[in-house]
Structure formats: structure tokens, C-alpha cells
Design a protein around this ligand. Structure first.
Ligand code: RFL
Length: 405
């Protein structure tokens, strides 16, 4: 790793520097700001870019409650669509699964760019927080001592800047820089490759169902997830490494019809495809999620393939724990939250990873071409449809448990 040389410009000093303005970094920043803990938030992209980047859409109700308690979910609660059921389609039949009736909790459909927009507005415009967009070449120094620093290049002047701090929150996502500081002698990275690709699609088309639809089909998995009254996310299982250009408009829609159409279901509404990209489904976990004065949160610490729509929920869980721990540390010097941070996050991280792996086998088994995996997947689905206790366990994992405070 190349660490640029320190700048000669005078260093600024704040208790906390947060790197990355995604859901994790913005949540930490907002909570610190509300508690009058000074921080600087550094982001490589522009405000316009992060407010439009399409990604997640399903937020678990425990997370909505937690954001709401901190004054961060007013617009979300006003505008999001609550969802209480999902549907499995297999062998030409529909099976509704009423998870909210089993757990009391729902999903809220709220596109990630809207959440990011709300959080930026609250932090920068309402709470007057310091956020610097377009920064380049972010580097960390001294994270194993008690005077860490963050260096970056100012996009306007091209000058190298330095911020001295007590804690660095690494919230810069899967392609960020902070994770690289947890080198093999400082921690481990566990990886899992699902061996399947998903063609992730956004269509300018109203949803064709009132809930998430999992289409389990020998041709490959297909899914429908509403995003807004005008936009719907679809997924198609494809070979890993496939090229999105292989998927013309007509081929996409004919394959979605083949995998999702069953008798009695409303027809799929077609529309212009506004996003089309292949995701190779893989996951990783960094352990521990901290090194010295660096605390990772969200996708920088763990990527969970979007099979069960868990990534942003995990990012929010980390952020809430980290922010509370930082408020205590910066306020009274109590470092117990920071010391327990990694272990507390990793419990939920591994639960969600394991659940995603379990669900993956259920939805991908029948298209694997392997009759043993097909039979096992069918048994898995029958169990949650036929057994009340299996259904309750599935529902609890699918919607996520209340955050432990
Ligand atoms: P983010 O959102 O990636 O934000 C990181 C931010 O850091 C910036 N950055 C840097 N800033 C400064 N210096 C650097 N060196 C930097 N490098 C990067 C980036 O520009 C960015 O602004 O990470 P965060 O906050 O951890 O949030 C994680 C979520 O974004 C992610 O887990 C979800 O999008 C995953 N996910 C889903 N999660 C759900 O909970 N429910 C869903 O329905 C769901 N659907 C999805 C998804 C992810 C998808 N993709 C694209 C993989 C659907 C898709 C298609």
C-alpha cells in the first residue's frame, strides 16, 4: 500500500473522521452531530452522484424504528411502502408467506438513494455537519497509536490535507480503502463465492405484485421487488461473469416471463430497463472489524450478496452501534462500547450471512442441474410452508431481529 507523504498544510483536529457517505457513514455522522461530537465526513463522489446511485430498497422494521428514534426516518416513514408478505413461485404454483403475521415486523420499501438523500440533507443542511465531497487519495496514518490521522487531496486546490483525530470510522463500502489497513497480520478476511451471477435490473415499470416474488425455476432463479410506484427491481440468475450486453430488452423480458409467470398471478408489467448489470454473487467478512483506532462499518467490513436484501440493514446496524459507542467514548471516555463493537456487529453479520447462504440453496438449487440439490431445495421450501415452527424461524431471519441495545 502506498501512503502519500504528510502534507505541510496545518492539520485540522476533530474527534472523529468518517470515511464514506453511504448509509453507514451518514448514519454515524448524523448521530454524532446530534450529540455535539465534532466529525468530518469525507466522500470521493459528488453529492448528486450518491443521491442517485441505485442499490438497495428493503429496510427491516427494527432498523426503521432505530432510525426513527434518532430523528432520521421521518420522510422514510411518510413515503415508504410497508411489506408484510413474500411469495414463492415454483412448479407453476404461488405460495404466499406472511412473515409479518408471524413476527409483527415488516419491510419498508424505500430506495437507497432516497435514504441517502434524506441523511445528507439532515446532516449537512439541517444539523450543519461538515461533509467534503470529491476528495481523492484518502490515506490513514498512525491507526495503531493514539494520534491517528486521515490524509486526502482537496479536489478544488489539489492540496494534500490532514485531519488529526481520535477515531476513524471506515464506512467506505466494498471498494473503499479503509479495509486494506486490516492486513493479514491484523485480521482475517473470510470469503464465500456462490458460483452464480445475478443480472440486476431496474425497470421503469410499476410493480407487478404487492410483494417480493421469488421465482424458483429450472431455467434459473428470477425475482421481482418493487422500488416505487413507477420503478421495479428484477433479478435473473445468469452464469457468473456473464456480460450484461448479452441481455437485450426482449431477452430479459422473455426470461422474466418464463421464470415468474404462474397461473392466477397478475401479468408482469414491462418497461424500459434503466439499470442492467451482472453481479457475481459473493460475500466476505473482515474479523475483527477494528484495528487500533480504525473501526469499519457496513460493506467495508462485510459484503453480503443481495440474496436476502441484507447488506444495507447490516450497514445500519453497525452504524447505530458505532455511533452510540463513539458518543459514549467522546463524551465520558467510556470505551466499553468501542471494545465490544466488533463482536456485537459480527453476531448479526454471521446470522445474515448464514441465512443468505441457506436461502441461496433454496432458490438456486433447482436450476443447478443437480437432482440432489433440486430435491433438497424443494424439501427446504416445503418445510417452511408446512411446519409452523420452521415458518416462524424463517420469518424471524428474513425480517431480522430487534437490535440488541
Ligand atoms: P456504500 O453504500 O457503498 O457507501 C460507501 C461510500 O463510500 C464512498 N467511498 C469513499 N469515500 C471516501 N474515500 C474513499 N476512499 C472511498 N471509497 C468509497 C463511496 O462512494 C460510497 O458513497 O456502503 P455502506 O454505507 O456500507 O452501505 C452498504 C449498502 O450500500 C449495501 O450493503 C446495499 O446496497 C446492499 N444491497 C441491499 N441491501 C439491503 O439491505 N437491502 C436490499 O434490498 C439491497 N439490495 C444491494 C441491493 C446491493 C446491490 N448491489 C449494487 C450490490 C441491490 C443491489 C443491486
Amino acid at each position: 500500500m502506498v501512503i502519500p507523504s504528510p502534507t505541510s498544510a496545518p492539520a485540522q483536529r476533530v474527534p472523529v473522521v468518517i470515511i464514506g457517505a453511504g448509509p453507514a457513514g451518514l448514519t454515524v455522522a448524523n448521530i454524532l452531530r446530534a450529540a455535539s461530537v465534532d466529525c468530518v465526513l469525507l466522500e470521493t463522489e459528488s453529492r448528486e452522484f450518491i443521491e442517485q446511485r441505485p442499490r438497495a430498497g428493503f429496510i427491516e422494521e427494527w432498523a426503521v424504528r432505530a432510525l426513527r428514534q434518532r430523528g432520521l426516518a421521518d420522510r422514510l416513514v411518510e413515503r415508504a411502502q410497508p411489506h408484510s408478505e413474500c411469495e414463492f413461485r415454483i412448479d407453476g404454483e404461488r405460495h404466499r408467506f406472511p412473515y409479518a403475521a408471524l413476527t409483527g415486523d415488516r419491510h419498508f420499501t424505500y430506495p437507497q438513494p432516497l435514504l441517502v438523500t434524506d441523511l445528507v440533507r439532515e446532516y449537512a443542511d439541517v444539523r450543519g455537519g461538515d461533509i467534503r465531497f470529491g476528495v481523492r487519495d484518502v490515506a490513514l496514518q498512525g491507526i495503531d497509536g493514539d494520534r491517528p490521522a486521515v490524509l486526502y487531496t482537496d479536489p478544488e486546490t489539489g492540496e494534500r490535507r490532514r485531519i488529526d483525530c481520535r477515531i476513524i470510522a471506515g464506512c467506505d463500502g466494498a471498494r473503499g480503502v479503509t479495509r486494506t489497513y486490516v492486513t493479514p497480520d491484523r485480521g482475517t478476511v473470510s470469503r464465500y463465492d456462490y458460483g452464480v451471477g445475478w443480472l440486476a435490473l431496474l425497470a421503469e415499470a410499476p410493480p407487478s405484485s404487492d410483494c417480493v416474488v421469488f421465482g424458483i425455476h429450472p431455467r434459473g432463479f428470477g425475482a421481482h421487488m418493487s422500488r416505487s410506484p413507477e420503478v421495479t427491481r428484477y433479478y435473473l440468475e445468469v452464469p457468473p461473469g456473464d456480460d450484461a450486453e448479452n441481455w437485450s430488452h426482449d431477452r430479459v423480458w422473455s426470461e422474466l416471463h418464463a421464470r415468474l409467470t404462474v397461473a392466477g398471478a397478475p401479468p408482469l408489467t414491462e418497461g424500459r430497463l434503466i439499470e442492467k448489470r451482472v453481479l457475481d454473487m459473493h460475500s466476505y467478512v473482515v474479523e475483527p472489524m477494528t484495528y487500533g483506532r480504525l473501526f469499519l462499518a457496513g460493506d467495508s467490513a462485510h459484503l453480503v450478496a443481495p440474496i436476502a436484501a441484507k447488506g444495507m440493514n447490516l450497514a445500519l446496524h453497525d452504524a447505530l452501534l458505532l455511533a452510540d459507542a463513539l458518543v459514549a467514548y467522546c463524551g465520558t471516555g467510556d470505551d466499553s462500547g468501542l471494545r465490544g463493537y466488533s463482536a456485537a456487529c459480527l453476531r448479526r453479520v454471521w446470522e445474515y450471512q448464514e441465512f443468505s447462504q441457506w436461502l441461496s440453496e433454496l432458490i438456486h438449487g433447482p436450476s443447478s442441474g443437480d437432482p440432489f440439490r433440486t430435491g433438497s431445495a424443494q424439501a427446504r421450501l416445503r418445510r417452511i410452508l408446512d411446519s409452523p415452527s420452521a415458518a416462524a424461524a424463517f420469518a424471524e431471519s428474513y425480517i431480522g431481529k430487534e437490535a440488541v441495545r
